[in-house]
Design a protein. Structure first.
Lengths: 229, 229
């Protein structure tokens, strides 16, 4: 299994290439529209065919490349059933996606948004904006729910082995990867915190609205190519 | 062996933590002064003692954290003999540095600057600004020399196995890692190019001077704490 992490500097978004180099097939998780050329070039150079595009949720801070990549490569697009209506396949908790010899397992982790899903492979989990490095996604829009996020992180993600690599959807301080064990022990919003304490922390964040939410959410419900209401 | 890649968003600089978690010791390669708190927190949380700080060269685009880290942790600082006079140990091509069970080998790769060194561990090489992803460091200041850089890349770095991970000093397009095989085949300045063609490419880049060179180079010759002439 090959995992390549990619970064969009404008929005601090991580995209992940997960590939079976022997079978010559690849999935992209959370690709960014402005990076389509970069990502297609990398796939070409690595001799990989893009077969799957997975979205962890309907993003509010950048526009997905899912629709463009589907048009250009024929890849199948995936998201939660509560997610973008435009995707080809809506996943439920526990569903698996097969990329060559790699089994990707969908794990519903709502709370940042109601459609948030994490995707796990042996030894690693792609957490979108549910669990970030020493942080987590905000819960004050898109049907976010702090109590639900607490359950998603502590019951679903923290149930994974401690040495599981955590690949988040963003980081704003230049950290690229963490582990479940690190986040269980050192995430300041979660380590030793009850659900009530977590909810209180999230309720007091007082963050400004995301700059691009009014553009990004409708665009992403249309896979970045067909804005929908 | 644990490798953690870290990113400074302001200067697009990569810092690398290379650790032996069993022995509880770590090296930092090319730490950035503005990220000292982040990096010390990570070391603390991972239960690692910083024993070594390695500089790939005297940087022109950011100020090193080497001196500050030495003061705060007692770590020993390393660079090329042609590099910053402030470091504790000047390395020559082929010298090794032992971090717990990990042997780091110094490989002189001058050309971007006359003091440029790459550092290799089994399966990976930290190339500083000698070899970048699908590019290379510029050669028009600090005794840079394009012909010399061509030799460093093609004779020293490309002599490593094709599957060796290439961890560069920077990337400006959100790419984090490459391999020797990829760069041999797809680096547009080097793949299929003669030394003369490479020198011609480098001579025609016409880049503006780095914004911080007049501050960064003297600061870095003093390990980021004592500016020197």
């Amino acid at each position: 299994m090959m995992i390549r992490q990619l970064f969009d500097l404008e929005t601090s978004t991580y995209t992940y290439l997960v590939a079976d180099p022997v079978a010559g097939v690849a999935a992209l998780i959370d690709p960014v529209r402005e990076q389509v050329d970069r990502d297609l070039q990398l796939l070409r150079e690595l001799g990989l065919t893009l077969t799957h595009v997975l979205e962890t949720h309907v993003h509010a801070d950048h526009v997905t490349a899912a629709g463009t990549l589907r048009e250009k490569t024929g890849a199948t697009t995936y998201a939660s059933g509560a997610g973008a209506p435009c995707v080809d396949v809506h996943l439920r908790h526990g569903d698996t996606v097969q990329v060559g010899a790699i089994t990707i397992t969908a794990r519903a982790t709502p709370g940042h948004t109601d459609d948030s899903m994490s995707f796990s492979v042996p030894g690693a989990v792609f957490t979108g904006d549910a669990l970030l490095i020493r942080g987590c996604g905000r819960t004050d829009f898109q049907n976010g729910n702090a109590a639900q996020l607490y359950e998603s992180i502590t019951q679903v993600l923290f149930a994974l082995p401690d040495d599981t690599l955590v690949y988040p959807g963003h980081d704003y301080r230049g950290r690229l990867v963490s582990t479940i064990g690190e986040e269980r022990r050192f995430n300041p919003r979660l380590a030793g915190k009850s659900r009530e304490e977590f909810v209180a922390i999230m309720d007091q964040l007082g963050l400004p609205p995301p700059k691009y939410i009014d553009i990004a959410v409708p665009a992403n419900r249309g896979c970045g190519v067909t804005p929908t209401a």
